[in-house]
Structures are given as structure tokens and as C-alpha cells.
Write a protein that binds this ligand. Structure first.
Ligand SMILES: Cc1ncc(CN)c(N)n1
Length: 233
């Protein structure tokens, strides 16, 4: 079995859970509250910067010129295409530059972007690509599932068309092929680390959507001091 077939089998249940998450069901039927999508798009814009940095770090360690160009090109593409999508929704929903700058990455967003960057900066390229792969694969999977049921006038049509579109599909297929090539050349312990990195990122995808649905944010310690564990009061 190839690396892709293995990790898709190992993570099939989690991927199905992601497709069925409240955020994605509401995105599909167009009922997702605007405030929730607004929160998501701000977080995703933060995430995307870390994702593109991680792709650039992975590119630097890629084994040949073709894979350097592929990973660096995916980073540039993410900034160009997905940022344009974010810009479209931010303008539509009235999110200005000040609101964006005043909204920090949520814990889930920061954790995911930090994991990608740390993996790309400190682990081998196989592990880095395996960690980055769910960002491609899960979004195509969710985009295609939503596309199958969404109406033409769904307010999130531009998002759906991006992730269910041909260009994104081609980028996902190329990334899967690269992961398979790297896994074939990897030792069994490296292959195990690649599978673990894929599973962790898939879980972080789940956490990102869960956080977006709940408008996840850092505790406001100025307003309500957090209760300390073991605090006798
Ligand atoms: C959290 C997340 N994961 C993946 C993608 C698709 N690049 C995204 N835009 N945001």
C-alpha cells in the first residue's frame, strides 16, 4: 500500500468526522452565521501565513529542483489564491485591516501553524510534507463533499469553488505524489514519523474548524482572572 493509501485508511474515521462537523454542514447548506465565517476567515488568514512559511522551509530541504519548485510554488499560490479569497470575504463582511490586526490567532490556529513551522524547521522533508499534506487533502475532501450538495446561490460559493476547483485538485494531487515519493525513499522509522505527522495535522484541522464554530479565542484574563488549578479559594 502507498503512503497516501495508508494514511487515508488510518485517518478515514477522522476525515469523515471532519466532513460532518457543524461548521461544514452549515457551510454546505448556506446557514453558517456570517459572524462565524467572519471569525473563521480572520483566523484562516493568520493560519495561511504560517502555512506558507512552513512550505517555504520545507522547500529549502526538498531533495531535487522539481520538488523545491513545487513546495515554494504552493506557498506562493496559497498566498496569492487563498489570500484573494480571504480579501473577497473580508470586504464583503466589512472586516477592515484594523479589525484583522487587532484579532490575534486563536489557540487552535496558533497551535496548528506552530506545529507546521516547527516540523518544517526541525524535522526532515518527509515529515514536513506529511504534516503539510492534510492542509491540502482535507480541504479538497471537504470542498468536494460540500460542492456535491451546495446550492448555486450558497453565500459561501467562492470558498466552495476554490477548494472543489480544478487548480486546487491539481495541487493536492501533486502534493500526494511528492509524499509518496518521499515515503518510498524513507526508512521505516521515518515512515512512521511521517504517518504520525499526517495524523497530527488532520486532528489539528478538526480542531481548527471546531474552534471556528465556537469562536475560539484566548481567555480574557484582564476581564476574568482564570481560576488556578489547586487554588484553595
Ligand atoms: C486551516 C486550513 N487548512 C487548510 C487550508 C487550505 N490550504 C486552509 N486554508 N486553512
Amino acid at each position: 500500500m502507498s503512503f497516501i493509501e495508508t494514511v487515508l485508511q488510518e485517518n478515514a474515521r477522522l476525515c469523515a468526522d471532519i466532513r460532518a462537523m457543524p461548521f461544514n454542514r452549515a457551510l454546505a447548506d448556506g446557514s453558517l452565521p456570517q459572524a462565524v465565517f467572519q471569525h473563521y476567515i480572520i483566523q484562516d488568514a493568520h493560519y495561511l501565513e504560517g502555512f506558507a512559511r512552513a512550505l517555504a522551509r520545507a522547500a529549502a530541504g526538498a531533495p531535487d529542483a522539481e520538488s523545491v519548485a513545487q513546495l515554494a510554488g504552493s506557498g506562493a499560490g496559497a498566498i496569492a489564491v487563498e489570500r484573494q479569497l480571504h480579501g473577497h470575504y473580508m470586504a464583503l463582511f466589512g472586516v477592515d485591516a484594523q479589525t484583522f490586526a487587532a484579532t490575534p490567532p486563536s489557540p487552535a490556529c496558533e497551535h496548528y501553524a506552530s506545529f507546521l513551522l516547527a516540523t518544517a524547521a526541525t524535522r526532515g522533508v518527509g515529515e514536513a510534507v506529511a504534516a503539510l499534506l492534510p492542509c491540502f487533502w482535507v480541504y479538497r475532501d471537504v470542498g468536494n463533499a460540500i460542492q456535491a450538495t451546495a446550492s448555486a446561490d450558497n453565500p459561501y460559493r467562492a470558498w466552495i469553488d476554490t477548494y472543489a476547483g480544478e487548480d486546487f485538485d491539481a495541487a493536492v494531487t501533486r502534493m500526494c505524489a511528492l509524499a509518496d515519493r518521499l515515503a518510498e525513499a524513507a526508512s521505516p522509522p521515518e515512515q512512521a514519523r511521517m504517518r504520525a505527522a499526517f495524523a497530527k495535522s488532520t486532528l489539528l484541522e478538526w480542531m481548527f474548524w471546531d474552534s471556528a464554530w465556537r469562536l475560539g479565542a484566548w481567555p480574557d484574563t484582564a476581564a476574568t482572572p482564570p481560576q488556578m488549578k489547586g487554588d484553595p479559594s
